[in-house]
Design a protein around this ligand. Structure first.
Ligand SMILES: [Fe+2]
Length: 273
């Protein structure tokens, strides 16, 4: 696995999505695709959130992000808070980062970007999924055997897929139980695309083939058996997919945006959405 590019999460309302993702987190709405009310692509460094207006979907875990400045993130979240009253939006800062909930309950954990990180620090660092008790070792084998991924699974109940660009997909067993899967998806790039697609085809797991450079699967199974361990749609792309090298627009968030957030939070008579 080379890169986790986007997380696709249905939203109920684009105005609240804009307040949260653009004004709060510091995303930039992609100017080239889905610029109407039916969907929005939110650029975050070289990664994205895709937000179709299909009703709320919630990732069953935590989305780890990095930001250039935690204090400025907190200031933005404080500014949008009143406009998101009555939603599930919440945040709490501690010594190492900020725990955030989106208006529909998606959990984010924001930390300070390391100084050597490419770009200005905005990125999706990891996706952590709460998975059923007893599933982590099988999930580790699935990624290792079928996706030829580098997987760390030193601790019991924990499997960590390490992407070439430094991100992680973390599967952590949780006794809390797992909510029903609601159809959200993630997009990943893999290095040996044809071989990965062939192995997943042989297992009967490919749910759609979308041209020469993309396919999807949903079910993670114990390799060699039909035992379902976890469901999560993966949009799998080859590194020859034209989006791999696409430069994503990212507006500067150097503090100047706070002026506009303040104006809106104070009930200005115009809106950005
Ligand atoms: Fe997608």
């Amino acid at each position: 696995v080379v890169r986790v590019e986007h997380v696709n999460l249905g939203v109920a309302r684009q105005d609240e999505a804009t307040l949260f993702y653009v004004l709060g987190l510091g995303c930039t709405r992609d100017p080239d695709f889905f610029v109407g009310p039916g969907n929005a692509w939110m650029n975050f460094g070289r990664h994205q959130f895709h937000l179709p207006t299909i009703g709320a979907q919630v990732l069953r875990g935590t989305i780890g992000i990095s930001v250039p400045s935690l204090p400025r993130l907190v200031a933005r979240l404080e500014a949008v808070g009143p406009r998101l009253a009555g939603t599930k939006f919440a945040f709490a800062a501690d010594a190492d980062g900020v725990d955030i909930r989106c208006p529909w309950g998606n959990r984010f954990r924001a930390t300070q970007a390391p100084s050597d990180q490419a770009g200005d620090g905005r990125s999706i660092r990891y996706l952590r999924f709460d998975v059923p008790t007893g599933s982590a070792s099988g999930i580790a084998r699935f990624y290792r055997d079928l996706l030829a991924a580098e997987v760390r699974s030193d601790e019991a109940g924990h499997a960590e897929v390490v992407c070439a660009e430094g991100q992680q997909l973390v599967f952590q067993e949780s006794s809390a139980g797992t909510d029903a899967y609601d159809g959200h998806h993630i997009a990943i790039y893999v290095a040996d695309f044809d071989a990965v697609r062939q192995r997943l085809t042989d297992e009967g797991l490919v749910t759609s083939v979308e041209g020469a450079h993309q396919f999807r699967f949903v079910t993670i199974v114990e390799p060699g058996s039909a035992k379902v361990l976890y469901e999560l749609e993966h949009e799998v792309r080859s590194c020859d997919h034209p989006a791999f090298t696409r430069t994503l627009a990212n507006r500067p968030i150097d503090g100047s945006e706070l002026g506009m957030v303040d104006v809106i939070a104070k009930g200005a008579t115009f809106s950005l959405v």
